[in-house]
Ligand binder design. Sequence first.
Ligand code: AMP
Length: 303
Amino acid sequence: MSILVVGSVAYDTVETPVGRAERVLGGSASFFSVAASFFGPVNLVGVVGHDFGDPQLAAFRGRPIDLEGLERMDGKTFHWQGRYSLDLNSRDTICTDLNVFEFFKPKIPARYRGSAFVFLGNIDPKLQLDILSQVREPKIVALDTMNFWIEKSPQLLREVIRNVDIVVINEAEIRELTGEFNLVKAARKLMRMGPGRVVIKRGEYGVLHLSDGEVFAAPAYPLETIFDPTGAGDSFAGGFMGYLASRDGAALTEMDYRLATIYGSAIASFTVEAFSTERLQGLSREEIDSRLAAFRTLTEFRV
Ligand code: AMP
């Protein structure tokens, strides 16, 4: 079943302890789409400026990613610049140039409106709401956001949260959003706002997945060198939603959600091995599945 994603398609300038990349392809929708495309078709809704060229679009070509919903507007493409701490566990945003985003009014192509799975990637909550009003009875809607929007549009963000099934968010953001330091309390508080599931991304500490009465923890895959954590969260979400959508309308079980969490973690572990979507470009489904098997041995034990 196809997935509709709305989010940023960006130029990123990134500094990490191992290097720097200047104006490379980034954005929540870019990482999400490439990751989800290993599992099935993706419909991308976003905007780029006149400066976004063929080399950047090449990342999407040859994959089941439909670009009819990627609008090109007069102006410059969204640009984000960030710098990571030495331990890679935190990052400072140096600049966020919204550019064409400021004037973007998403128009969903008619054939996207029936998408069963919808991912509202990190983007202005106003646009996330706009998308929700244009889709027809999706099976699952998931949402991601970041500190920028939690601080800039708290009310609108709460309105979107009320209307989604799953929130995928990192630990600093859920603490900021709920005012709770303890992650279990924070997740419960967030679920009282509407969603039935909360997936908390904790960087090198993995993922905590909570739903009513269930808690599941997945480790992050232990890597020797992390090149650039940018996009790990969005790739996680792409693998997570991609796997759920690939179940093709079957009633989703708790085990499906757990497996989706591991698929997301596996794909995210590849993303951080290079800048931008570079590592995902050369990746095969076999490599993803063999890392999935490595996850199994990572957590195996007997009592
Ligand atoms: P992640 O590392 O998964 O949190 O996602 C990083 C991506 O988010 C980068 O590629 C940025 O281009 C994008 N990004 C950063 N700030 C914003 C923002 N305010 N709105 C939308 N996307 C953003």
